[in-house]
Design a binder for this molecule. Structure first.
Ligand code: GUN
Length: 290
């Protein structure tokens, strides 16, 4: 049976490090890291993520601010709020929770964030630096994947990493992070996606598989190379009438069959999801230090 990579333990370790560094920054320089999170609309999953980001920030000793705006907020009003946070010296990091309501242009909004405060690592300036291997804020979920691999003893250097999914928020940045000639990277990277004529053959060739396609339990044990290390980024709600809430959360990988073939696997929940917030906190501390 595969080893289960404990995302909770690794995320807790990172949070302990951030908390200690935050204490030291406050003591030596009198600086308190500040994070502003903006949520537009009332999507239940986004509300829960934003609550968690606010709570964890407070636990770190950060100055934490959550701005909840109605779903019909105009682009002008949202941009004005971002500009206010760009100018506020108490705030070192700004995160606009995605997805945004349809009438708002995601790129216009992201590009309004001061790149020095882009702790989410999604501004084109941050992504550009990431591609070039220049130090920057790495997108939180991809940065979390890199930490999970390193801290679980699965260095990607020299390995064939297959990423399934090409989103701006996971697939593209993690491919560029793991490709760099740097510690914690130096992998041979393939980005596969649902448009591939033979997706299974790519999946089968992975030493490390990053599943980020958003399809519940799509990847099964039969598709995998024995000994593969699996990072499951999927967070999918599937109906389960046996549970009081009527659904359960599953990844993009069929855990039971995959864990009979893999060397190690991240669980869902309890894997990558917890790392995203931990890396956001780490990036906010970095912004405050800078
Ligand atoms: N929605 C889901 N994941 C993320 C993330 O990492 N950042 C932002 N801004 N929105 C998200």
């Amino acid at each position: 049976m595969a080893e289960i990579i404990d995302g909770k333990k690794i995320a807790d370790d990172i949070k302990c490090e951030v908390k200690e560094e935050t204490r030291r920054l406050k003591e030596t320089k009198g600086i308190i890291p500040g994070l502003a999170v903006i949520l537009v609309g009332d999507d239940p999953a986004s509300q829960s993520y934003v609550r968690s980001k606010g709570k964890r920030s407070e636990e770190m000793g950060f100055y934490s601010l959550t701005e909840r705006m109605p779903a019909n907020t105009s682009e002008q009003v949202l941009l004005k709020k971002i500009d206010e946070f760009n100018r506020d010296p108490r705030i070192h990091g700004i995160l606009v929770q995605l997805p945004l309501p349809k009438h708002l242009n995601e790129q216009t909004v992201i590009q309004a964030i001061d790149p020095r405060k882009d702790v989410d690592g999604i501004h084109p300036m941050s992504i550009g630096k990431l591609v070039l291997g220049i130090d920057t804020f790495k997108s939180c979920t991809p940065a979390g994947i890199q930490e999970l691999l390193m801290r679980s003893g699965n260095d990607p250097s020299g390995k064939h990493v297959v990423i399934v999914g090409r989103s701006n928020i996971v697939g593209k940045p993690i491919a560029n992070i793991l490709l760099q000639k740097q510690r914690g990277a130096n992998a041979v990277v393939t980005v596969a996606h649902t448009g591939a004529s033979d997706l299974t053959s790519y999946i089968k060739s992975a030493d490390i598989l990053v599943a980020a396609i958003g399809k519940p339990e799509f990847i099964t044990g039969a598709m995998l190379k024995p000994g593969v290390v699996i990072v499951d980024v999927g967070i999918n709600r599937v109906e389960d009438t046996s549970l009081p809430k009527g659904y359960r959360i599953v990844g993009d990988v069929h855990f039971e069959s995959a864990s009979k073939v893999a060397k190690a696997v991240t669980p869902v929940p309890g894997g990558v999801g917890l790392m995203t917030v931990a890396m956001l906190l780490k990036n906010t501390l970095k912004a405050a230090m800078q």
